[in-house]
Ligand binder design. Sequence first.
Ligand SMILES: Nc1nc2c(c(=O)[nH]1)N[C@H]1C(S)=C(S)[C@@H](COP(=O)(O)OP(=O)(O)OC[C@H]3O[C@@H](n4cnc5c(=O)[nH]c(N)nc54)[C@H](O)[C@@H]3O)O[C@H]1N2
Ligand SMILES: Nc1nc2c(c(=O)[nH]1)N[C@H]1C(S)=C(S)[C@@H](COP(=O)(O)OP(=O)(O)OC[C@H]3O[C@@H](n4cnc5c(=O)[nH]c(N)nc54)[C@H](O)[C@@H]3O)O[C@H]1N2
Ligand code: SF4
Ligand SMILES: [Mo]
Length: 742
Amino acid sequence: MHSTAAPASPTLTHCPYCALQCGMGLAPDPQGDGGLAVVERAEFPVNRGALCGKGRTATAVLSSRVRLTEPLIRTHATGRLEPATWEEALDRIAEGLSRTRTEHGPDACGVFGGGGLTNEKAYGLGKFARVVLGSSQIDYNGRFCMSSAAAAHQRAFGLDRGLPFPLEDLPRTGCVILVGSNLAETMPPALRYLTELRENGGSLIVVDPRRTKTAEQADLHLAPRPGTDLALALGLLHLVVAEGRTDEAYIRERTSGWEEARSAAMAHWPELVERITGVSVPELREAVRLFCDPEAAMVLTARGPEQQSKGTDTVGAWINLVLATGRAGRPLSGYGCLTGQGNGQGGREHGQKADQLPGYRKLTDPAARAHVAEVWGVDPESLPGPGRSAYELLDALGSDIKSLLLMGSNPVVSAPRAAHIEERLKSLDFLAVADVVLSETAQLADVVLPVTQWAEETGTTTNLEGRVLLRRQAVEPPPGVRSDLVVLHELAARLGVEKGFPTDPEEVFEELRRASAGGPADYSGITYRRLVEEEGVFWPCPAPEGTEYGAAATAPSAPVTPLAAGDGEDSALDPAPDDPASADTAPHPGTPRLFLDRFATEDGRARFMPVTHRAAAEEPDAEYPVLLTTGRVVAQYQSGAQTRRVAELNAAAPGPFVQLHPELAARIGVADGEDITVVSRRGTAVAPARVSRSIRPDTVFMPFHWPGAGRANTLTHPALDPVSRMPEFKVCAVRLERAETR
Ligand SMILES: Nc1nc2c(c(=O)[nH]1)N[C@H]1C(S)=C(S)[C@@H](COP(=O)(O)OP(=O)(O)OC[C@H]3O[C@@H](n4cnc5c(=O)[nH]c(N)nc54)[C@H](O)[C@@H]3O)O[C@H]1N2
Ligand SMILES: Nc1nc2c(c(=O)[nH]1)N[C@H]1C(S)=C(S)[C@@H](COP(=O)(O)OP(=O)(O)OC[C@H]3O[C@@H](n4cnc5c(=O)[nH]c(N)nc54)[C@H](O)[C@@H]3O)O[C@H]1N2
Ligand code: SF4
Ligand SMILES: [Mo]
């Protein structure tokens, strides 16, 4: 892959990795080995042509040298995975699942999905679990990602869309507080928005226990002890009240629950907060000044404060700060969560979540069940209820759950307490994995299916702004590889459901439109055609009333303010060709900005959450005296299944490490580059020390991208947030030892 000036008409598509969903073009490689060259797509608004190293090199994973090209079946004779035909592999999976269903009931069949799957795949997977298997046991890796922010969004605003405004609003606000996001490494092209913010005179506050590349850009860097963001936000709110900086008129007119939230915050004195967090009172005061002085301001959270056993309350505390200062649902202001995976947003809307039906409907809501059952042509009574959350589902493997179909995740590397989860996966009667590569989880499977990936197929994703995008097919997949949609179709047929699992992504999307119509995440007004003609469409985007997909009868109270005429005006929005009734009804323009008139709650008011600080599930003690936190580096993606197969990225980030402060390094007697043994109550990991002044002396940081001895998740704690069921990836207690010299 080479980045070059654009040759003739490249295929316009989007990066396979993170939630920014950078636009890119793919053209035949001018070097001529049959591969693809990545070309700039400067007109796409989100990244304006810029790509990070992962995006630039993404075509390397299309090469048959690194990926799966034939199905594999574990043979009894050798115990190893051996090549097989598609017929054999699909038959084996159908057999495995139906045996489990017969012997142990439908809920003994589990399904695990991923936030990297397109909307069409996520929708198909949820339908497959509920209609074909009749199982409630489905969840996905997004539970490990943004579920705490999603839960807090729902509670406070009545609707969960990561960002309620487009990124282009960032440079024009007055102050951004970025809580536990290392955007400079996790979404590099987005850093530009923050640079522009500062160029325009706005200020940036970064909250991170490490002085990251992102924190280096900040006007103010607050470095709390991991797991104390809740106290930090409450301390800031305390000061806001004490300094008389609340917006009383806004609180009165647009919110509810302020008194309780205010009392809870008042118990968090700045001096107490300083003791809990390690952030000094003058720093807290400076943060309040920077945040409150300008007319408009935003708070954005990412995994730092969210991946905690109190992530929902923590996000709630930051939302309280935003509400008390009158900064949500107003232009250039608000709270947002920076969603992570390529389809982290859409993947959480269309039914692969344990408690959810497409369109972000609740599985427990009788009206939602009736609507979706009708679209699916089944009896609402036949739909199972909510299942277990991701960690609980993985933890139940081998006991309640006997067979698992897994698509789009690599939990052997990415799940908390991973050695235990690896054992649970091994104890299954039957495991089937569909993947692009032979991931560490696929290596444990009874059957592995080689599937197509981004540039080899068409499908939609929804980026962190709620912008629905079309990824277009640019190349033919290698022979022997089939799409996840074909897998679902074939398995459904083998399990007795002949219809309802089309293999054409647009056909699936058309069904998704109907299923989502009238739901909170309404896609019914979006068509593939519009996605080609516009640079994406923001949901909610209902179909006009009276049209085939129009859902006037089921529409919820209008929570949102469509974009004022202007954006998208000139983009010939033809009605869907198969939809003559809509000829004179104007298509909905989509909703870039939410909540400007009212919030999506029943009374239209945002709800304060009365939250108080509490400790992490596992605090340091004499035996395990150091805090471990985990996260990412720029050159690797997630479990590394894809990026560890790209030479350029491996050269940049070859393996795990333990980042620690020189004082801590001196205490245990390790020098930079020497191996450290990190021990937690879950297990032991070994990786070289990276000695650095950019981290608190009481904390070590490990990236989680690698399997084996340096696997960070061998150490992490599976304590779950009581509401979101998010595991505590960001805090646990460890002991450090100098590794034995070899
Ligand atoms: N290069 C790269 N980019 C990615 C990904 C990737 O794997 N690699 N993954 C994508 C996905 S799915 C996601 S979810 C996003 C994640 O994007 P980010 O949330 O930016 O990523 P992390 O590195 O997990 O965490 C961010 C920061 O939280 C800090 N942190 C740790 N503990 C705490 C704490 O207790 N409080 C606070 N305030 N901060 C804390 C860490 O030091 C880290 O710098 O990135 C997306 N982009
Ligand atoms: N310690 C620690 N652990 C963490 C985190 C952390 O910060 N710290 N972050 C958590 C977060 S935010 C996330 S999102 C998870 C992510 O962790 P995982 O769920 O493991 O995510 P990926 O590594 O992206 O796994 C995706 C898998 O699907 C495959 N794949 C890609 N595209 C397709 C497709 O179209 N179809 C199919 N069938 N397969 C496909 C890839 O090759 C890969 O094997 O990790 C979580 N784990
Ligand atoms: S920032 Fe995210 S979407 Fe953009 S190129 Fe990098 S990995 Fe891809
Ligand atoms: Mo994520």
